[in-house]
Every structure is written in structure tokens, then in C-alpha cells.
Design a protein around this ligand. Structure first.
Ligand SMILES: Nc1ncnc2c1ncn2[C@@H]1O[C@H](COP(=O)(O)OP(=O)(O)O)[C@@H](O)[C@H]1O
Ligand SMILES: [Mg+2]
Length: 276
């Protein structure tokens, strides 16, 4: 993701960054809410790009516009003005039905609360996104088995969510989000319900999916520990991109995280007040 005027993304500079590489893009996006005679400018001219295999986090204190941005990125809402392009296609004026199609085929959602269906097994939960598109069959079963294995749940295919730990449930949700081969994963506080060691395991899984499978990740978070895993953090303030925090390349960072980047982001979070 590159905000207007920001430095080029160092992580992709060694490969082609042609137009096709941009998979999601905001161009001067506004989202204003009318409240009686007042207008709340929840987003006020945000421009940014997400490239293939990017890992970006969106942070900012309460009321800065994170949820508004998440809803727009996830095609759950439309901009008041400006363009949102997904895979090169402007989706900012689509009908509800067309937006829903984009959601179902291009975006893999991951929520803080997992949102699994308790009555269904792991495999059945993975097939839910395809079920709604009438695509359940032997192939979807094979894909579900593959992805369950990919996230480390190859031995839990017939378990139901309540028979799994929180970390395992989030692994199911991550595999489910990948079932449609989405352009990008969109995560809302994906580790917010997990203890810190489980959080580390899930963040390692995101890292691995990105490194080995080229998965693209956009995550809204309050947590600097999460943000340091990303290439960069888009910091929102009053509906605008106040700053873009670039993390050092991961290969230069120690083991699983960079203490310096963590300190930078934690410092920014503190400077913005406790309520991020
Ligand atoms: N549906 C809505 N109607 C009116 N105002 C809204 C609505 N949703 C959000 N807002 C306002 O827009 C601003 C940004 O909100 P939000 O995107 O929820 O911020 P965050 O998720 O960072 O806390 C806030 O001032 C909030 O009160
Ligand atoms: Mg919010």
C-alpha cells in the first residue's frame, strides 16, 4: 500500500510493479455521513494502493475512520465520492448484488470472533463460501482438505468449532477465507481474541502464507505487535492518512519481529493517546 506522496514500497522494488500488480486502490475516497444538518467526514480523501503480496495494517485512534475504511475495502459500503478499484475494476458505484459478488469472489474476510458455524465440521465450514455460489462438490472437498492441511489442521477435519482451541478456530477461518482464491485477505483484529502465544502462531501463519503463497493481507488492528509484521502501517486520523509507517524489510529484522519497528509503532500509538 502506498499513500499519496509516500516512498515506493521497498519490498516489491525487486519485481515488476506494473499496473496489474495493484490489486486494490483508493483514489481520493470520501465517506461522509449526514447527521441532521451536520456532515460527519468519516473518511476525507484517502488515496492508497495495495499491491500483490503486500502486507499492510490500518491503525488509528477510536473514531479515526478504521471501521469505515474496512467496510469500504470489504465492499460492504460505497464511497460518497472517489473511486475504489478491486483488481482494476471500479466497484464504487456497483449495485448491492454486484458488490456482493465482488465480496464473495475477490475478498477473504477474517474476523476477530472467527464467525464459524458451530454445527458444521471444519471441512463443512470451509465449504460455506462455495456453497453460496453453488460450487460444492468433490473439487471443493479436495480444496478444503488441502487448505485445512495448509493451516495445520489436517488432523481435525471432522471436528466442530467448539472442539477446537481459539487459535485452531482462527486457522479454520483463515482457510475458509482462502477457499475462493481471493485477491486479498481482509482481517479485522484477527488476533484480538487470542492469548499472546497463540497470537504469535497465527501471525506466523500469515507470514508463511505471504512468503510461500504470495497471499496479500490488509489488517485493521489496535495492536503494534501485529503492525510490525506488516510492510507498513497506514495511520488514520480524522478520516485522513496522517502518516505511513514503513517497517524495515523483514529479512533485516530479528527472527519473528523487529524490536525497533515495534518501538516505532508503539511510540506512535502512545503519541496518539491510549485509545487507538
Ligand atoms: N453510520 C454512521 N453514521 C454516522 N456517523 C458515523 C457512522 N459510522 C461512523 N461514523 C462516524 O465516523 C467517524 C469514524 O468512525 P469509524 O470509522 O467507526 O472509526 P474507528 O473504527 O476508527 O473507531 C466517527 O466520527 C464516527 O462517529
Ligand atoms: Mg472501529
Amino acid at each position: 500500500m502506498v499513500a499519496t506522496g509516500a516512498a515506493e514500497n521497498k519490498h516489491v522494488s525487486d519485481r515488476e510493479t506494473n499496473g496489474d500488480d495493484i490489486i486494490a486502490e483508493f483514489a481520493d475516497v470520501h465517506r461522509h455521513y449526514k447527521m441532521g444538518d451536520n456532515v460527519v467526514r468519516a473518511l476525507n480523501g484517502v488515496s492508497m494502493q495495495v499491491r500483490r503480496s503486500d502486507y499492510v495494517t490500518i491503525m488509528g485512534r477510536s473514531g479515526s475512520g478504521k471501521s469505515t475504511m474496512l467496510n469500504l475495502l470489504g465492499c460492504l459500503d460505497r464511497p460518497t465520492s472517489g473511486e475504489y478499484r478491486v483488481g482494476g475494476r471500479d466497484v464504487s458505484k456497483l449495485s448491492d448484488d454486484d458488490l456482493s459478488d465482488v465480496r464473495g469472489t475477490e475478498i477473504g474476510f477474517i474476523f476477530q470472533s472467527f464467525n464459524l458455524i458451530p454445527q458444521l465440521t471444519v471441512l463443512e465450514n470451509l465449504e460455506v463460501p462455495l456453497f453460496y455460489q453453488g460450487k460444492v462438490g468433490p473439487e471443493s472437498r479436495k480444496k478444503a482438505e488441502y487448505l485445512a492441511d495448509r493451516v495445520g489442521l489436517g488432523q481435525r477435519l471432522e471436528h466442530r468449532p467448539l472442539e477446537l482451541s481459539g487459535g485452531q478456530q482462527q486457522r479454520v477461518a483463515i482457510a475458509r477465507a482462502l477457499m475462493n482464491d481471493p485477491l486479498f485477505l481482509l482481517a479485522d483484529e484477527a488476533t484480538g481474541n487470542l492469548d499472546s502465544s497463540t497470537e504469535g502462531e497465527i501471525l506466523n501463519l500469515f507470514d508463511d502464507l505471504r512468503a510461500k503463497d504470495g497471499i496479500t493481507i490488509v489488517m485493521v488492528t489496535h495492536n503494534p505487535i501485529v503492525a510490525v509484521r506488516a510492510d507498513r502501517t497506514l495511520w488514520l486520523k480524522d478520516g485522513e492518512v496522517e502518516k505511513l509507517i514503513e517497517n524495515p524489510p523483514r529479512q533485516l529484522a530479528a527472527a519473528s519481529s523487529s524490536p525497533q519497528a515495534e518501538a516505532n509503532i508503539a511510540g506512535d500509538a502512545a503519541a496518539e493517546g491510549e485509545n487507538v
